[in-house]
Design a protein around this ligand. Structure first.
Ligand code: 8YV
Length: 328
């Protein structure tokens, strides 16, 4: 769908966005909206970069150095829909003079809720129980049926204590009386840590050894690629669960499968995967694993807020100001 241009900047939007966001995009810009929501090919991304002033991409668009090598390059800004931007080669974007923005803050609470949902589901066998009822296998209540693991009062280990990690800590501590331990190379201010009575650990390993639930909240960077490898997963307690709402490649999925098969850990709950939307087939067969389709920010409220935030970034940029969420 192509809106009439005038002097308004042309923005190529790679995926369908909630209606209020598409409406505002069409009002404020010469917006080229996605009609059918298909993921863009490299050629389509390059066509956008060649023919528009801006691209509004999502996690399903891999904007590599090769894609960004397009000539001639017309676009001047990549206004990403999402807080994570590991799908964009930011170094290559900078070299090409492109500004990159993201959409932090607006998705913090929903993503934290998602992590708590996964923790409860995996500990209390929520997915398994649902499958049990739907398949007609349930024969009735009995005292020993489908016993899970208590969450309240347990130790939650956070790898990463940024905005989302802190929101998870608040829920876990104030809602479930959990003890919170964490590792973050850039720890939060003391008052934030005190609010959830959290305990900073010097290393990731120190967190893994003690936690009953390990929840990942780091960005995906070369430094965090396969942070949860075989060696580190093996440090977790055999009764512990791994939760990932951050990015798939922080976990070595093959090593996780081996650890689950060997009962080195009790279970895992994943919202994100190394090769989305592909999931390592072994995981699909394991009852002690909860698998969600990247739902972290998937509420009407947040997806609208993310879109509006991306639009605000575009507007600030084209009005000559500094976009609020510039990451490059
Ligand atoms: C989005 C996310 O669903 O913001 C992120 O980094 O992972 C999710 O909120 C998706 O990535 C949007 O591009």
């Amino acid at each position: 769908m192509t809106a009439g241009g005038g002097n308004r900047p042309t923005v190529v939007v790679t995926r369908r966005l909630p209606a209020p966001v598409e409406e505002r995009l069409a009002q404020e810009f010469a917006a080229r909206l996605s009609g059918d929501d298909h993921p863009f090919t490299n050629a389509e991304l390059q066509a956008g970069l060649r023919s528009a002033d801006a691209l509004l991409p999502t996690v399903s668009d891999r904007i590599s150095a090769e894609v960004l090598a397009v000539e001639p390059l017309r676009a001047r800004i990549l206004a990403n829909f999402g807080v994570g931007f590991n799908h964009i080669d930011v170094t290559a974007a900078k070299v090409r003079g492109l500004v990159v923005t993201n959409t932090p803050e607006v998705l913090t609470d929903d993503t934290a809720d998602d992590a708590i949902m996964l923790m409860l589901m995996v500990a209390r066998r929520g997915g398994e129980g649902e499958r049990h009822v739907r398949s007609g296998a349930w024969t009735g209540w009995r005292p020993t049926h489908m016993l899970g693991t208590r969450v309240s009062g347990k130790t939650l280990g956070l790898i990463g204590m940024g905005r989302i990690g802190r929101a998870v800590a608040r829920r876990a501590h104030h809602g479930f009386g959990m003890r919170v331990i964490f590792h973050d190379p850039f720890p939060p201010p003391a008052d934030v840590v005190a609010d959830v009575a959290a305990e900073a650990k010097a290393t990731v390993e120190d967190v893994l050894r003690e936690a009953d639930f390990v929840s990942l909240h780091s960005p995906a960077t070369p430094a965090t690629h396969h942070l949860m490898n075989a060696r580190r997963i093996a440090l977790m307690k055999p009764t512990a669960f791994l939760i990932n709402t951050a990015r798939g490649d922080i976990v070595d999925e093959a090593a996780l499968v081996t650890a689950l098969k060997g009962k080195q850990i009790a279970g895992a709950a994943l919202d994100v995967y190394e090769k989305e939307p592909q999931v390592t087939p072994d995981l699909l067969t394991m009852e002690q694993v909860v698998l969600l389709p990247h739902l972290g920010s998937a509420t009407h409220e947040t997806r609208v807020a993310m879109g509006m935030r991306a639009i605000d970034n575009l507007k600030a940029f084209f009005e000559g100001g500094a976009p609020r969420d510039r990451v490059a």
